[in-house]
Design a protein around this ligand. Structure first.
Ligand code: SF4
Length: 359
């Protein structure tokens, strides 16, 4: 545990608050953010809390939820001669036949980039077509929108696979027996979208939703606010990360997204199709869509690898430890399912950090 001096006192105070408020039954809290899962697991926060508080990661890892069909489309684009650029975590995700890294080792021009701007820079310095595999949530989408608004080189395009968090949270609430007692909403995403989009979910489903930051104390604070709401039977959308998140989010980023993208139904790995949960380029920006430019259509109905429990892990219905392949046939150096690949993926995080002993 990384708490020091006053922080340690504050942590004790918050844990006591949580203990006083938590009902005498199993309470399932879901967060939708890999950074939250790292903070929770690395700092052993679960070990500070009563066993009946069960904290799960939902669909908060962009790598895990990117469907195989989109990955296969990226592979196809590279096979057709484009320079395919992608974030590092995407490189090892298994597609139907292979990963991007495997295709690269066969000679395709697949390059790891740290930003969409870096991909656009590559396009400035070559005559070849350069495609950016645009994955991620509301946090990263504004940067892609900004590059497209800024008149990028003509040989640049994107494979749009961006997704929206609130519809994914709603899809979990729609699952029969979802047992979700509360959400910690993701701090990064909320800096863009604000708190308002969670209000409809909190009111409609009667579930507490608290925006949480990423320090261990932020997470304990968010949990304390959730327990407070549960014990008062007063579920609402609440901001537990006011030093970074405004109620309305970031209007400039929201405007940018709206100018370049439009909402569309999207397939989430492990969940299926969620209405209006994805973004594709709107009419004015369609020319930058690599799928149109290369006439590639993502395939429907691709099966997940057999025996991989990712669909249940992504929907917070199972933990990595419940998968028989965890640590055995599936490891970060030899991932079988997408939840073992990304550094924000639950199986990967649990593999790296394991549990922490109680203090
Ligand atoms: S351990 Fe591997 S196979 Fe099992 S759920 Fe996680 S990613 Fe899938």
């Amino acid at each position: 545990m990384k708490f020091k001096f006053k922080a340690r006192e504050r942590a004790d105070e918050l844990v006591q608050l949580i203990n006083r408020r938590v009902p005498d039954r199993r309470i399932k809290i879901v967060h939708v953010c890999g950074t939250h899962e790292v903070a929770i697991t690395e700092n052993g926060l679960r070990s500070l809390l009563p066993d009946r508080i069960d904290i799960r990661e939902g669909p908060g890892c962009p790598v895990c939820v990117t469907p195989t069909a989109d990955l296969d489309a990226a592979l196809k684009l590279a096979e057709r001669g484009a320079i395919l650029t992608a974030f590092g975590d995407m490189m090892n995700v298994p597609g139907t036949a292979k990963s991007l890294n495997e295709l690269k080792s066969e000679g395709a021009d697949v390059r790891l980039v740290y930003s969409v701007s870096e991909a656009a820079k590559i396009a400035e310095n070559t005559d070849k077509q350069v495609v950016f595999f645009s994955v991620g949530f509301e946090t990263t989408t504004p940067m892609t929108a900004a590059v497209l608004e800024d008149d990028p080189p003509e040989n640049f395009s994107i494979l749009p696979s961006n997704k929206l968090i609130p519809p994914a949270m709603e899809s979990l609430l729609e699952l029969p027996d979802n047992e979700v007692d509360g959400f910690i909403a993701p701090g990064h995403v909320s800096t863009i979208i604000g708190v308002r989009p969670y209000e409809r979910l909190a009111d409609g489903y009667g579930v507490p939703i608290v925006v949480g930051g990423f320090e261990p104390l932020d997470i304990l604070y968010a949990l304390a606010l959730i327990m407070n709401q549960i014990s008062n039977s007063d579920p609402e959308a609440e901001n537990g990360y006011t030093r970074a998140v405004d109620y309305e989010g970031n209007p400039k980023s929201k405007k940018l997204i709206k100018e370049v993208f439009k909402e569309t139904d999207a397939t989430w790995r492990g969940i299926g199709t969620i209405p209006n949960s994805g973004l594709t380029l709107n009419r004015d920006y369609e020319e930058w869509n690599a799928l149109n430019r290369f006439d590639v259509e993502p395939e429907e109905g691709i099966e997940e690898p057999p025996n991989c429990l990712c669909p249940r892990v992504i929907t917070a219905q199972a933990t990595p430890g419940e998968c028989e392949l965890f640590r055995e046939k599936c490891t970060p150096s030899n991932p079988y399912g997408p939840c073992m690949v990304g550094e924000e993926a639950m199986c990967n995080i649990w593999y790296r950090y394991g549990g922490r002993p109680k203090l």
